[in-house]
Design a protein. Structure first.
Length: 186
């Protein structure tokens, strides 16, 4: 996916639900902060969104723009309407969002988690593809391991899970020669 495609997805989803603001989350929200992210980080053809002011209309997005839709067939990517509440994000993430808003979005706004918030959320999900995504963010030095650990400490997860996530970041940082992390367990 490209930044232009993300902007197109924001515009189209806002049109479908009649809302000028969307929460955009999932891996492709990285394009808000890093529009030229490596191809390995942009492999997904899906954008996850939730209408900020009209969340009750989230299901309309899948019907119009979702996987297998005419939109998907025409443009090669699709928009998945899903509640932002399904993501596990660090406390305060909404205050750190990166906004995608320009002529290509027709003035509509896509509110995307900052890269470290996104990475912490991906680690909380603990899927292979999510860990690989975070590893690539670290490898490309788009995120700092120590800042990531600070935000992992703000995740609403049990302490044993938090410790496991921090241990993974520490091990991955060492593997990538980024140095040791400061755990800062709560």
């Amino acid at each position: 996916m490209t930044r232009d495609q993300l902007e197109h997805a924001i515009r189209a989803a806002c049109d479908v639900v009649g809302d000028a603001e969307l929460w955009v989350f999932g891996s492709q929200s990285i394009l808000a902060q890093y529009p030229d992210a490596s191809e390995a980080l942009r492999m997904s053809v899906e954008v996850d969104v939730d209408p900020k002011n009209r969340p009750e209309l989230v299901d309309r997005i899948d019907g119009a723009l979702g996987e297998g839709s005419r939109f998907h067939q025409t443009h090669g990517f699709y928009v998945h309407g899903v509640s932002v509440e399904t993501a596990t994000l660090p406390r305060g993430w909404k205050g750190r969002t990166k906004v995608v808003q320009n002529a290509n979005t027709q003035g509509n706004s896509g509110l995307c988690p900052e890269a470290h918030d996104l990475a912490a959320s991906k680690l909380a999900a603990w899927r292979d593809k999510d860990r690989e995504f975070v590893r690539l963010l670290l490898r490309d030095r788009l995120i700092s391991p120590n800042r990531l650990v600070r935000l992992i400490n703000l995740l609403p997860v049990p302490d044993p899970q938090r410790a496991m996530l921090i241990q993974w970041v520490d091990g991955t940082a060492k593997e990538l020669a980024l140095g040791r992390v400061k755990p800062r367990l709560q």
